[in-house]
Unconditional design. Structure first.
Lengths: 130, 130
DNA sequence: TTGACATATTCCCATATAGGCATGTAATGT
DNA sequence: ACATTACATGCCTATATGGGAATATGTCAA
Protein backbone atom coordinates (compact mmCIF):
# COMPACT_ATOMS: atom_id res chain seq x y z
CA UNK A 1 0.00 0.00 0.00
CA UNK A 2 0.96 3.53 -0.54
CA UNK A 3 0.82 6.29 1.94
CA UNK A 4 -2.54 7.29 3.32
CA UNK A 5 -4.30 10.01 1.39
CA UNK A 6 -3.53 13.56 2.35
CA UNK A 7 -7.26 13.94 2.72
CA UNK A 8 -7.58 11.10 5.14
CA UNK A 9 -7.18 13.25 8.22
CA UNK A 10 -5.74 16.46 9.58
CA UNK A 11 -2.43 14.78 10.38
CA UNK A 12 -1.84 13.92 6.77
CA UNK A 13 -3.12 17.22 5.51
CA UNK A 14 -0.78 19.33 7.59
CA UNK A 15 2.22 17.21 6.80
CA UNK A 16 2.72 19.39 3.77
CA UNK A 17 4.58 22.58 4.76
CA UNK A 18 2.80 24.76 2.25
CA UNK A 19 -0.50 23.79 3.69
CA UNK A 20 0.66 24.78 7.11
CA UNK A 21 1.71 28.14 5.75
CA UNK A 22 -1.69 28.57 4.23
CA UNK A 23 -3.36 27.75 7.49
CA UNK A 24 -1.20 30.27 9.24
CA UNK A 25 -1.93 32.91 6.69
CA UNK A 26 -5.67 32.59 6.84
CA UNK A 27 -6.00 31.95 10.53
CA UNK A 28 -6.89 35.47 11.48
CA UNK A 29 -9.28 36.36 8.77
CA UNK A 30 -10.62 34.99 5.57
CA UNK A 31 -8.69 35.72 2.43
CA UNK A 32 -9.25 35.24 -1.26
CA UNK A 33 -7.15 32.72 -3.13
CA UNK A 34 -5.31 35.45 -4.96
CA UNK A 35 -3.87 36.84 -1.77
CA UNK A 36 -2.69 33.45 -0.70
CA UNK A 37 -1.03 33.02 -4.04
CA UNK A 38 0.75 36.34 -3.73
CA UNK A 39 1.68 35.75 -0.17
CA UNK A 40 3.11 32.28 -0.59
CA UNK A 41 4.54 32.71 -4.04
CA UNK A 42 3.01 29.54 -5.40
CA UNK A 43 1.16 28.99 -8.62
CA UNK A 44 -2.54 29.55 -8.39
CA UNK A 45 -3.48 25.96 -9.28
CA UNK A 46 -1.18 24.70 -6.56
CA UNK A 47 -2.85 26.86 -3.99
CA UNK A 48 -6.27 25.79 -5.15
CA UNK A 49 -5.29 22.17 -4.83
CA UNK A 50 -3.89 22.64 -1.38
CA UNK A 51 -7.04 24.43 -0.38
CA UNK A 52 -9.03 21.55 -1.73
CA UNK A 53 -7.20 19.15 0.52
CA UNK A 54 -7.64 21.42 3.51
CA UNK A 55 -11.30 21.68 2.73
CA UNK A 56 -11.75 17.96 2.43
CA UNK A 57 -10.49 17.44 5.94
CA UNK A 58 -12.39 20.39 7.31
CA UNK A 59 -9.35 22.49 8.07
CA UNK A 60 -10.75 25.48 6.26
CA UNK A 61 -14.08 27.10 5.63
CA UNK A 62 -15.00 28.71 2.36
CA UNK A 63 -17.40 31.40 1.39
CA UNK A 64 -18.07 32.93 -1.94
CA UNK A 65 -17.84 36.66 -2.40
CA UNK A 66 -18.63 37.59 -5.94
CA UNK A 67 -16.02 35.96 -8.06
CA UNK A 68 -13.73 35.43 -5.17
CA UNK A 69 -13.62 32.58 -2.73
CA UNK A 70 -12.78 33.52 0.80
CA UNK A 71 -10.99 30.89 2.80
CA UNK A 72 -10.40 30.78 6.47
CA UNK A 73 -8.77 28.36 8.83
CA UNK A 74 -11.11 26.28 10.89
CA UNK A 75 -9.04 26.10 14.03
CA UNK A 76 -11.31 23.52 15.59
CA UNK A 77 -10.03 20.96 13.14
CA UNK A 78 -6.52 21.39 14.43
CA UNK A 79 -7.55 20.51 17.90
CA UNK A 80 -7.10 16.77 17.59
CA UNK A 81 -3.52 17.40 16.61
CA UNK A 82 -3.05 19.64 19.55
CA UNK A 83 -4.51 17.09 21.85
CA UNK A 84 -2.40 14.30 20.56
CA UNK A 85 0.80 16.25 20.97
CA UNK A 86 -0.30 17.45 24.33
CA UNK A 87 -0.23 13.94 25.60
CA UNK A 88 3.52 14.12 25.32
CA UNK A 89 3.98 17.43 26.99
CA UNK A 90 4.50 15.92 30.36
CA UNK A 91 7.11 13.65 28.92
CA UNK A 92 9.32 16.30 27.55
CA UNK A 93 8.97 18.19 30.78
CA UNK A 94 10.00 15.12 32.58
CA UNK A 95 12.88 14.51 30.25
CA UNK A 96 14.02 18.09 30.57
CA UNK A 97 14.07 18.09 34.30
CA UNK A 98 15.94 14.87 34.17
CA UNK A 99 18.61 16.40 32.06
CA UNK A 100 18.85 19.43 34.25
CA UNK A 101 19.09 17.19 37.21
CA UNK A 102 22.45 16.03 36.00
CA UNK A 103 23.65 15.98 39.56
CA UNK A 104 25.19 12.57 39.20
CA UNK A 105 23.39 11.53 42.30
CA UNK A 106 20.35 9.51 41.95
CA UNK A 107 17.55 11.83 42.80
CA UNK A 108 17.17 12.21 46.49
CA UNK A 109 13.83 11.29 47.99
CA UNK A 110 13.15 14.93 48.69
CA UNK A 111 11.80 15.97 45.42
CA UNK A 112 12.36 19.60 44.63
CA UNK A 113 10.26 20.97 41.86
CA UNK A 114 8.96 18.26 39.66
CA UNK A 115 5.49 18.60 38.35
CA UNK A 116 3.50 15.69 39.48
CA UNK A 117 3.65 13.04 36.94
CA UNK A 118 2.28 10.15 38.82
CA UNK A 119 -1.34 10.88 38.25
CA UNK A 120 -1.26 9.08 35.01
CA UNK A 121 -1.49 5.44 34.69
CA UNK A 122 0.49 3.40 32.33
CA UNK A 123 -2.72 2.03 30.99
CA UNK A 124 -3.53 5.30 29.37
CA UNK A 125 -0.93 4.53 26.88
CA UNK A 126 -0.66 0.87 26.24
CA UNK A 127 -4.29 0.30 25.96
CA UNK A 128 -3.93 -2.34 23.36
CA UNK A 129 -1.30 -4.52 24.73
CA UNK A 130 -1.80 -8.03 23.59
CA UNK B 1 7.12 16.29 -7.38
CA UNK B 2 5.88 13.68 -5.05
CA UNK B 3 5.05 14.11 -1.44
CA UNK B 4 7.81 15.04 0.95
CA UNK B 5 9.62 12.13 2.50
CA UNK B 6 8.19 10.71 5.67
CA UNK B 7 11.63 11.24 7.09
CA UNK B 8 11.72 14.90 6.22
CA UNK B 9 10.31 16.05 9.53
CA UNK B 10 8.18 15.11 12.48
CA UNK B 11 5.02 16.31 10.77
CA UNK B 12 5.42 13.84 7.97
CA UNK B 13 6.55 11.07 10.24
CA UNK B 14 3.53 11.21 12.51
CA UNK B 15 1.10 11.43 9.63
CA UNK B 16 1.09 7.65 9.64
CA UNK B 17 -1.34 6.37 12.28
CA UNK B 18 0.69 3.30 13.11
CA UNK B 19 3.64 5.44 13.91
CA UNK B 20 1.57 7.49 16.29
CA UNK B 21 0.46 4.32 17.98
CA UNK B 22 4.03 3.26 18.34
CA UNK B 23 4.97 6.59 19.85
CA UNK B 24 2.13 6.26 22.30
CA UNK B 25 3.12 2.77 23.21
CA UNK B 26 6.73 3.55 23.95
CA UNK B 27 6.22 6.94 25.50
CA UNK B 28 6.41 5.77 29.07
CA UNK B 29 9.21 3.32 28.90
CA UNK B 30 11.47 1.75 26.40
CA UNK B 31 10.29 -1.46 24.81
CA UNK B 32 11.78 -4.06 22.55
CA UNK B 33 10.54 -4.37 19.01
CA UNK B 34 8.88 -7.66 19.75
CA UNK B 35 6.55 -6.10 22.25
CA UNK B 36 5.57 -3.42 19.82
CA UNK B 37 4.85 -6.07 17.25
CA UNK B 38 2.65 -7.98 19.67
CA UNK B 39 0.95 -4.89 20.88
CA UNK B 40 0.12 -3.37 17.53
CA UNK B 41 -0.44 -6.60 15.67
CA UNK B 42 1.77 -5.65 12.76
CA UNK B 43 4.40 -7.69 11.01
CA UNK B 44 7.83 -7.36 12.48
CA UNK B 45 9.39 -5.87 9.34
CA UNK B 46 6.69 -3.25 9.24
CA UNK B 47 7.39 -2.21 12.76
CA UNK B 48 11.11 -2.09 12.10
CA UNK B 49 10.51 0.15 9.14
CA UNK B 50 8.29 2.47 11.05
CA UNK B 51 10.85 2.64 13.79
CA UNK B 52 13.46 3.47 11.22
CA UNK B 53 11.45 6.46 10.08
CA UNK B 54 10.86 7.59 13.62
CA UNK B 55 14.53 7.28 14.31
CA UNK B 56 15.51 9.25 11.27
CA UNK B 57 13.51 12.21 12.43
CA UNK B 58 14.63 11.85 16.03
CA UNK B 59 11.27 10.85 17.37
CA UNK B 60 12.66 7.84 19.16
CA UNK B 61 15.80 6.83 20.93
CA UNK B 62 17.26 3.37 20.67
CA UNK B 63 19.45 1.32 22.89
CA UNK B 64 20.72 -2.18 22.45
CA UNK B 65 20.13 -4.73 25.13
CA UNK B 66 21.64 -8.01 24.14
CA UNK B 67 19.87 -9.12 21.06
CA UNK B 68 17.04 -6.78 21.63
CA UNK B 69 16.68 -3.17 20.67
CA UNK B 70 14.89 -0.96 23.13
CA UNK B 71 13.02 1.95 21.68
CA UNK B 72 11.60 4.90 23.44
CA UNK B 73 9.77 8.00 22.38
CA UNK B 74 11.78 11.17 22.39
CA UNK B 75 9.06 13.54 23.44
CA UNK B 76 11.19 16.58 22.73
CA UNK B 77 10.88 15.93 19.05
CA UNK B 78 7.12 16.26 19.26
CA UNK B 79 7.37 19.71 20.67
CA UNK B 80 7.48 21.56 17.37
CA UNK B 81 4.20 19.94 16.49
CA UNK B 82 2.73 20.95 19.77
CA UNK B 83 3.90 24.48 19.34
CA UNK B 84 2.54 24.79 15.87
CA UNK B 85 -0.88 23.56 16.90
CA UNK B 86 -0.78 25.73 19.96
CA UNK B 87 -0.70 28.79 17.77
CA UNK B 88 -4.25 28.00 16.86
CA UNK B 89 -5.53 27.43 20.32
CA UNK B 90 -6.62 30.99 20.73
CA UNK B 91 -8.49 30.78 17.49
CA UNK B 92 -10.66 27.91 18.39
CA UNK B 93 -11.31 29.63 21.65
CA UNK B 94 -12.38 32.72 19.78
CA UNK B 95 -14.48 30.73 17.44
CA UNK B 96 -16.13 29.02 20.32
CA UNK B 97 -16.95 32.21 22.09
CA UNK B 98 -18.14 33.66 18.83
CA UNK B 99 -20.56 30.87 18.42
CA UNK B 100 -21.74 31.32 21.93
CA UNK B 101 -21.98 34.99 21.29
CA UNK B 102 -24.77 34.42 18.84
CA UNK B 103 -25.91 37.97 19.32
CA UNK B 104 -26.99 38.29 15.73
CA UNK B 105 -25.75 41.84 15.49
CA UNK B 106 -22.38 42.62 14.12
CA UNK B 107 -20.01 43.39 16.93
CA UNK B 108 -20.36 46.86 18.29
CA UNK B 109 -17.81 49.36 16.98
CA UNK B 110 -15.95 49.75 20.24
CA UNK B 111 -14.44 46.47 21.03
CA UNK B 112 -11.48 44.17 20.73
CA UNK B 113 -11.03 44.78 17.07
CA UNK B 114 -8.17 43.28 15.22
CA UNK B 115 -5.15 45.11 13.96
CA UNK B 116 -4.81 46.07 10.34
CA UNK B 117 -3.81 43.16 8.24
CA UNK B 118 -4.41 44.22 4.74
CA UNK B 119 -0.86 44.52 3.68
CA UNK B 120 1.12 42.05 5.58
CA UNK B 121 3.64 39.63 4.35
CA UNK B 122 3.74 35.95 4.12
CA UNK B 123 4.77 35.07 7.63
CA UNK B 124 2.94 37.73 9.35
CA UNK B 125 0.76 35.55 11.34
CA UNK B 126 3.10 34.82 14.20
CA UNK B 127 3.38 38.15 15.89
CA UNK B 128 -0.07 38.26 17.24
CA UNK B 129 -1.07 38.30 20.75
CA UNK B 130 -4.18 36.94 22.03
C1' DT C 1 31.15 -23.50 15.38
C1' DT C 2 26.42 -24.06 15.08
C1' DG C 3 21.83 -22.92 15.96
C1' DA C 4 18.22 -20.18 17.74
C1' DC C 5 16.52 -15.81 18.55
C1' DA C 6 15.75 -10.66 17.67
C1' DT C 7 15.76 -7.19 14.55
C1' DA C 8 17.00 -4.89 10.09
C1' DT C 9 17.13 -4.58 5.22
C1' DT C 10 16.01 -5.62 0.39
C1' DC C 11 12.96 -6.39 -3.43
C1' DC C 12 8.51 -5.88 -5.58
C1' DC C 13 4.37 -3.18 -6.52
C1' DA C 14 -0.04 -0.69 -6.34
C1' DT C 15 -1.07 3.82 -5.08
C1' DA C 16 -1.17 8.70 -4.15
C1' DT C 17 0.97 12.34 -4.34
C1' DA C 18 2.74 17.81 -5.82
C1' DG C 19 4.01 20.60 -9.36
C1' DG C 20 3.66 22.40 -14.19
C1' DC C 21 0.63 23.40 -17.77
C1' DA C 22 -3.66 23.66 -20.13
C1' DT C 23 -8.31 24.10 -19.84
C1' DG C 24 -12.92 24.49 -17.65
C1' DT C 25 -16.29 27.22 -15.03
C1' DA C 26 -18.52 30.87 -12.43
C1' DA C 27 -19.38 35.78 -11.61
C1' DT C 28 -18.90 40.58 -13.12
C1' DG C 29 -18.81 44.67 -16.16
C1' DT C 30 -19.96 46.82 -20.45
C1' DA D 1 -23.25 38.54 -25.93
C1' DC D 2 -18.54 39.07 -24.96
C1' DA D 3 -14.37 39.87 -22.69
C1' DT D 4 -12.25 39.70 -18.23
C1' DT D 5 -11.38 38.30 -13.72
C1' DA D 6 -10.92 34.66 -10.13
C1' DC D 7 -10.74 29.97 -9.17
C1' DA D 8 -11.08 25.02 -9.94
C1' DT D 9 -10.04 20.91 -12.26
C1' DG D 10 -7.82 17.67 -15.48
C1' DC D 11 -3.79 15.55 -17.34
C1' DC D 12 0.98 14.10 -16.94
C1' DT D 13 5.12 12.41 -14.51
C1' DA D 14 8.84 11.52 -11.22
C1' DT D 15 8.98 10.03 -6.74
C1' DA D 16 8.16 8.03 -2.23
C1' DT D 17 5.38 5.19 0.09
C1' DG D 18 3.76 0.87 3.16
C1' DG D 19 2.80 -3.88 3.13
C1' DG D 20 4.30 -8.71 2.17
C1' DA D 21 7.80 -12.09 1.54
C1' DA D 22 12.38 -13.32 1.65
C1' DT D 23 16.73 -12.64 3.29
C1' DA D 24 20.55 -10.47 5.82
C1' DT D 25 22.75 -8.98 10.12
C1' DG D 26 23.77 -9.28 14.87
C1' DT D 27 23.89 -11.47 19.50
C1' DC D 28 23.79 -15.02 22.75
C1' DA D 29 24.06 -19.98 24.33
C1' DA D 30 25.67 -24.61 24.21
Amino acid sequence: MARAATTSDAFNAVAEPRRREILNFIALEERPVGEIVDSLGLEQPSVSKHLRVLRDVGLVHVRRDGRRMLYRTNAEAIRPLHEWTETFERYWRHQLSRVKERAERKSSPSNDSQPDFSRRRKDDFDSNKN
